[in-house]
Design a protein around this ligand. Structure first.
Ligand code: DX5
Ligand code: ZN
Length: 216
């Protein structure tokens, strides 16, 4: 299987959002990665359901929504309604993770769990077969443009090993500090989905950069 590329709109020009969305529509990108932050679980605040619902009117590719919010269960129905196709919740925010995952699926979305850099892969042992995707955070969540944490490779190895041991088929997504330089190493390590914010939107030619990530 060839891999997926999901540009993070956090680094897009919010004053020209329609133009940015069309740019992604017309690129080799597979999904839109949308980062929702609440100023509680993470220090930053971004956007929520109303903005996502508006974006959906122009977007022609699936929405990969990454919730960095406390108590995400409260909003799962709302994100489904706003147009999320894949919903990631942070492991650290979900005391009843099994229930949360079922709730996401019951609302017709793909269920994904995100792990902070310090959260070990082993916590997924009893939930992995139920997941459609695991999002491995390779920076501390909250901001775009941070540098990649190298320990991520160790976690990827453990995750891929756990997947094969449990015969689980969850996609592996990596998010944070992904560049044209480390993309091929990440893919070689078994990553299925590359998220990239600043690498795409701060480049001179975002469409070309997306193609390069896609052809890495
Ligand atoms: C960080 C977000 C990321 C962020 C990635 O908390 O989850 O999706 O936008 O940005 P870059 O690719 O610039 O590290
Ligand atoms: Zn993200």
């Amino acid at each position: 299987m060839s891999h997926f590329v999901a540009p993070s709109m956090l680094s897009a020009d919010f004053t020209n959002l329609e133009k940015e969305i069309i740019r992604i529509n017309n690129s080799d990108a597979d999904w839109f990665h949308l980062d929702v932050m609440d100023g509680m679980f993470v220090p930053n605040i971004t956007f929520g359901m109303p903005v996502i619902a508006q974006m959906k009117k122009h977007a022609q590719k699936p929405f990969d929504v990454h919730l960095m919010i406390e108590n995400p269960d409260r909003y799962i129905a709302d994100f489904a309604k706003a147009g999320a196709n894949i919903l990631s919740v942070q492991y650290e925010t979900c005391p009843h993770l099994h229930r949360t995952v079922q709730l996401i699926k019951n609302h017709g979305m793909k269920a994904s769990v995100a792990l902070n850099p310090h959260t070990p892969v082993s916590v997924l042992e009893d939930i992995l077969p139920d997941l459609d995707m695991v999002l491995v955070m390779s920076v501390n969540p909250g901001f775009g443009g941070q540098s990649f944490i190298e320990n991520t490779y160790k976690k990827l190895k453990q995750l891929i090993e756990m997947k094969s041991r449990l015969n689980a088929d969850a996609l592996v997504e990596v998010d944070g500090g992904v560049t044209l330089e480390n993309a091929s190493d990440l893919l070689a390590a078994g990553v299925d989905v590359l998220v990239a914010g600043s690498t795409v939107f701060k480049s001179d030619n975002p469409k070309q950069t997306i193609s390069e990530l896609k052809n890495s």
